[in-house]
Design a protein around this ligand. Structure first.
Ligand code: 48H
Length: 254
């Protein structure tokens, strides 16, 4: 027998159990683009309790679209090992590795999930919790509530460390700057992303991956936006290496 009410109960009960299981965790990640997914995988496989919150229904961020909707990404040699670890196939040309952007997203997500990271989609981080020790959690709401501009109060989760992996908009850092004051940047504020310079930017994105406020790490495109570095276009090695570095920095402290 297939009963609609049974289906309803199974869905609501299981989804709520998952949410309740993730109210107090080791690492909370805002944003499910490539850097967030890579960070989630390395953290989870090293036994950290990780939850990733993604505003949209789909994870993958800017990776699906490859370059100008041509579904390919380019990865440089420094990050080849990460492609291999995620079993993403590629074609080697001129010491560059060209992968299908769709395959790349699904394999990043699949490995993150298999490693034990929890992914919650359709949920936006709309604010943060700050205590004397620094950032200590995310304030969450359904993205649909925010899109509809409904006046609905959010809920919160507590986390020892948080990662801003929200891409160009660096949303978490921007909330922290607005509400808590100084970030660990030269001016104490978000320096702002600069125009495209792929070579410089790919090195800088890894350097910029660090603790930007007590217990808050920034990774991926958000790292370059916060520290005033250029964008790089559809070369993704830096995103992968940055996500891995964010995970390693946090693992040293867990
Ligand atoms: C929950 C949120 C919130 C929020 C945003 O943009 P992304 O793909 O981010 P990265 O840094 O992993 O990868 C960047 C890359 O895709 C890119 O754009 C590159 C390389 N650009 C170069 C260039 O020159 O343009 O993913 C960020 C994700 C998205 O899925 C957002 O929906 C999500 O974060 N997000 N999720 N709460 N407040 N804000």
């Amino acid at each position: 027998m297939i009963d609609e009410i049974e289906i309803t109960k199974l869905i609501v009960k299981n989804a709520i159990d998952d949410f309740l299981d993730n109210l107090e965790i080791d690492v909370a990640i805002a944003g499910g683009g490539p850097s967030g997914l890579v960070a989630a995988k390395y953290l989870a496989e090293n036994n950290a309790r990780v939850a990733l919150f993604e505003r949209k229904l789909s994870i993958g961020g800017g990776m699906w679209g490859g370059g100008m909707l041509f579904p390919r990404i380019v990865v440089q040699r420094e990050a080849k090992e990460i492609l291999d670890e995620f079993k993403i196939r590629y074609k080697e040309e001129n010491d560059k590795f060209v992968a299908n952007s769709i395959e790349s997203v699904v394999k990043l997500a699949s490995k993150a999930i298999d490693s034990g990271a929890k992914i919650f989609n359709g949920i936006s981080v709309e604010d943060v919790i700050i205590r004397d020790t620094g950032l200590s959690g995310f304030v969450l709401n359904w993205s649909s509530v925010l899109v509809a501009k409904l006046h609905v109060d959010p809920l919160a989760i507590r986390s020892e460390f948080c990662i801003d992996a929200t891409g160009h908009s660096a949303e978490i850092c921007s909330i922290v700057q607005r509400k808590a004051g100084k970030l660990n940047t030269p001016t104490g504020e978000i320096e702002g992303e600069k125009s495209m310079w792929a070579e410089k930017s790919e090195t800088l994105v890894v350097e910029n991956t660090r603790e930007v406020y007590s217990n808050l790490y920034v990774t991926g495109m958000a790292a370059n936006a916060v520290f005033g570095s250029p964008r790089m276009g559809p070369i993704f090695g830096g995103m992968l290496l940055s996500g891995k570095k964010a995970a390693e920095l946090i693992l040293e402290r867990l």
